[in-house]
Design a protein around this ligand. Structure first.
Ligand SMILES: [Zn+2]
Length: 222
């Protein structure tokens, strides 16, 4: 997959952690491969796995971000209070280590905005954005966050953020872009999302490459 990514012009990859153990697997993978970075996070749907865990970042091979973290009220039986508490803890961890965050927010933007108000200098990306035009506008106007665009954009009617705020993302194994829908998603297909974006925005492919690369390097300092 890494070779296929490289063949398709994807030179740097951020491997996302979704719970404490999974994050350490991401770290080991990143440590063993050139131009692969990792994040430390607990996905909101994994909130119960985080009970009693001390969030201590390793001293070597530091993560480039804290995430996925956030709020997800999509599935019934979610623990709203516990999710908010964990999210605040993760925001503080990011602040303490001067790291950006990868936010996962689903059906929970009003709580999300309320929580981040208490962390004014926070940097991050709202990954896999799937909400309304109105919510997108609020993100763009009230925060400096980037917005994650993935394969979903190629077969839906989601609002498109301006190029200077876009991070391209895989979000594997699902959300494979057109024309590869139905098979496992992989980083190489970032090229197809960039091609779609080029057409959608009426911009040269080279410009899409340049800007989205600059955005990701800027946020993660890679
Ligand atoms: Zn997510």
């Amino acid at each position: 997959m890494l070779m296929n990514a490289q063949k398709n012009g994807v030179e740097k990859i951020v491997c996302i952690g979704t719970d404490p153990l999974d994050s350490l697997a991401a770290r080991d993978f990143a440590a063993a491969h050139k131009n692969v970075y990792w994040t430390y996070g607990v996905h909101p749907e994994e909130t119960t796995k985080a009970g009693g865990v001390d969030f201590v970042l390793p001293k070597e091979h530091l993560p480039v971000a804290i995430g996925e973290v956030g709020l997800d009220y999509h599935s019934e039986g979610y623990f709203r209070d516990a999710q908010i508490r964990l999210f605040e803890e993760m925001l503080q961890l990011a602040m303490d280590n001067d790291l950006p965050l990868s936010f996962h927010v689903r059906n929970a933007f009003s709580d999300f905005f309320a929580v981040i108000e208490n962390f004014p200098n926070v940097r991050g990306v709202v990954h896999s954005f799937t909400d309304s035009k109105k919510v997108l506008k609020r993100i763009l106007e009230t925060t400096d966050f980037y917005v994650g665009v993935n394969g979903l954009a190629t077969y839906s009617t989601l609002p498109t953020p301006p190029l200077e705020r876009i991070l391209l993302e895989t979000d594997a194994p699902f959300l494979t872009p057109v024309p590869f829908r139905g098979i496992i998603n992989e980083p190489a297909y970032i090229r197809n999302i960039a091609e779609w974006l080029s057409e959608k925005l009426g911009e040269d492919f080279a410009k899409i490459e340049q800007e989205t690369t600059r955005n990701v390097e800027n946020l993660f300092r890679i």
